[in-house]
Ligand binder design. Structure first.
Ligand SMILES: Nc1ncnc2c1ncn2[C@@H]1O[C@H](COP(=O)(O)OP(=O)(O)O)[C@@H](O)[C@H]1O
Ligand SMILES: [Mg+2]
Length: 238
């Protein structure tokens, strides 16, 4: 049961949106998802309240540093994928979640390219690697891309990040009404009304490609790291 964490030290990067798109897409394919809502703004918990019971999705709110590992341990038998949504912060909870992850997704707004929040997370990942020998797979996912951004501009952004050794997903998350409205409507992209939401089919296609790519990045077997020293290192790195 891999753990996928969405992290960017800056708010507004598109973490919560990307996390929910991935969770609902995987759930609609029959995977059992547990979302750990570690964002004090509780957007995903709110989405869950609006949605009512969702097939294959459990949402755990009020996740703290102390409870995070318990939630994962207690739900591992009934979960295919854990998805953690973090606050736009760089604190001990963020570091702990990152340390427990199989893959860290770092959403960056494609057009703005304000990558400072992402740089904090990349720095944290580097410290974990260099100081504690803990190597966590991670990728940048460009979010809120509008359709006017050319393939050439995308390639330039990727080349820039690749030069720093950072992988960027081939699938950016587009700026779509459906990705905003899902938080008000509840449910999934597949339960939304195509007559009311513009380009819903394109949003669904985007979600499918995004989920396909994330699944390809995940390891077959989960790395298990639970020793006490490991957590002490994480807290020091935060
Ligand atoms: N792909 C997208 N398309 C349209 N709106 C988006 C998209 N991603 C994020 N937003 C909007 O941008 C704002 C910030 O996004 P959010 O996912 O909450 O970021 P974060 O969790 O990093 O703070 C929200 O109002 C959200 O609706
Ligand atoms: Mg958020």
């Amino acid at each position: 049961m891999p753990v996928i964490t969405f992290a960017n030290a800056k708010g507004g990067a598109g973490k919560t949106t990307a996390a929910l798109i991935l969770a609902t897409e995987l759930a609609s394919r029959g995977h059992r998802i547990t979302i750990l809502d570690a964002d004090p703004q509780r957007w995903i918990s709110h989405w869950h309240e609006v949605s009512g019971r969702q097939r294959n999705i459990a949402v755990i709110s009020e996740v703290s540093m102390a409870s995070l590992q318990c939630h994962i341990r207690e739900n591992r038998q009934t979960t295919d994928y854990f998805i953690i949504d973090l606050a736009g912060a760089r604190d001990a909870l963020v570091a702990t979640a990152i340390g427990l992850s199989d893959h860290v997704m770092i959403p960056v707004q494609g057009c703005a390219m304000d990558a400072r929040g992402a740089a904090h997370i990349l720095e944290l990942l580097k410290q974990l690697d260099e100081k504690a020998g803990i190597r966590i797979n991670h990728s940048v996912v460009l979010t809120r891309m509008n359709s006017l951004v050319t393939t050439r501009a995308m390639s330039a952004i990727k080349a820039l990040l690749a030069a720093r050794g950072v992988a960027v997903l081939d699938t950016p998350i587009g700026e779509r009404t459906a990705f905003r409205d899902i938080f008000d409507c509840g449910g999934t992209l597949y339960t939304m009304d195509a007559a009311r939401v513009s380009n819903l089919d394109k949003a669904c296609e985007n979600a499918r490609l995004f989920a396909d790519e994330v699944l390809r990045l995940l390891p077959v077997r989960k790395r298990i790291a639970t020793e006490r020293g490991f957590f002490r290192t994480l807290q020091r790195a935060a």
